[in-house]
Design a protein around this ligand. Structure first.
Ligand SMILES: Nc1ncnc2c1ncn2[C@@H]1O[C@H](COP(=O)(O)OP(=O)(O)OP(=O)(O)O)[C@@H](O)[C@H]1O
Ligand SMILES: [Mg+2]
Length: 299
């Protein structure tokens, strides 16, 4: 597994002679106490909750989202009404949610070649499709609350995950097997989540920028076509996808800027001058290629 291997906490065998925390300290302790416990391991791959997502045996402990009741209802619905794999919400303890750990491999930066294969692209698209299909007709709780950070401004009739980045998909046997981290989910249109997801998995960027070069991606428009075909996106949505990609890019840029302005450490580095310049180039490339994108999606 790629995950967490560089984040292992020191154990007594590693020369750390601290005594094991007593069971009640672990039970009632803070996240920090937990990180010192031998069977608790910080999981890599998060930015928003960086360092605060912990594996404990077959469970994951993470900061409780403000709308956890809504998100847990969504996870339970998807688990009971479809074969789409998502974590099972087990319980809530103070400000922590406890979910089942999903076995498998998650791509972490710097990304291994398997992240950018055609099979990965296609199986992420089909997993996203099955997730959307599983939410059709679902009645959220009457007091449902959703994140607005990445929500589709147009609203819509499926639930969008909105953050299917590389680090939020678990793979097994070379195929996307499960979605995790639903904190940004919200009602929306399929085409919005297709755009959000393609941004990461194609990736939709100037192929001369490091994000594409480092992944060996030379033809993002052709890969977008592969993604859209595997999802089975309808023709009307294909006509508007290039514009939606620009909107989704703008939503992401705004989010990173806001997080950096609030001092969130993982995002400050994502918003330094070179990072801002890369955002500009990415946006300019999308604008310059929107006609070519639409032609390739329709023909
Ligand atoms: N239920 C789970 N099963 C397996 N691995 C998990 C699970 N939840 C989280 N992880 C691992 O922990 C990492 C960080 O978790 P998570 O995505 O919840 O953090 P985050 O900071 O909220 O992420 P983001 O920045 O995408 O919002 C994931 O990338 C994944 O590797
Ligand atoms: Mg995540």
């Amino acid at each position: 597994m790629i995950r967490s291997t560089d984040h292992n906490v020191p154990s007594a065998q590693d020369g750390d002679d601290r005594p094991e925390p007593a069971a009640d300290v672990v039970k009632n302790g803070t996240m920090r106490d937990r990180a010192m416990s031998q069977d608790t391991e910080p999981l890599g791959g998060g930015a928003v909750n960086d360092g605060r997502v912990l594996r404990e045996g077959q469970t994951v402990r993470r900061p409780l989202p403000a709308n956890a009741a809504t998100l847990h209802a969504l996870l339970k619905h998807v688990r009971s009404r479809s074969d789409v794999e998502v974590p099972h919400p087990l319980r809530v303890e103070d400000q922590t949610e406890i979910l089942t750990y999903v076995e498998g491999e998650v791509g972490l930066s710097p990304y291994a070649p398997w992240v950018s294969t055609r099979d990965s692209l296609v199986t992420v698209a089909t997993l996203l499709r099955r997730f959307h299909d599983a939410t059709v007709g679902w009645q959220p709780p009457s007091d449902a609350a959703w994140s607005t950070a990445f929500a589709d401004p147009a609203g819509g009739s499926v639930i969008c995950h909105n953050d299917v980045c590389i680090e939020n998909v678990v793979f097994r046997d070379g195929a996307a097997a499960a979605l995790i981290d639903f904190d940004f989910a919200a009602p929306g249109r399929r085409v919005w989540d297709v755009a959000m997801t393609a941004r990461y998995w194609v990736p939709m960027t100037d192929p001369t920028l490091p994000a594409a070069v480092e992944r060996g991606v030379e033809d993002p428009i052709e890969r977008l076509r592969t993604f859209v075909d595997a999802y089975g996106l309808g023709r009307a949505d294909r006509r508007i996808l290039a514009g939606v990609l620009l909107e989704a890019e703008e939503a992401s840029r705004r989010f990173v800027a806001d997080q950096a302005a609030s001092g969130s450490p993982a995002f400050v580095a994502m918003w330094d001058a070179p990072a801002r310049a890369r955002f500009e180039r990415k946006f300019a490339w999308l604008q310059a290629n929107s006609g070519a994108i639409t032609r390739r999606l329709l023909n």
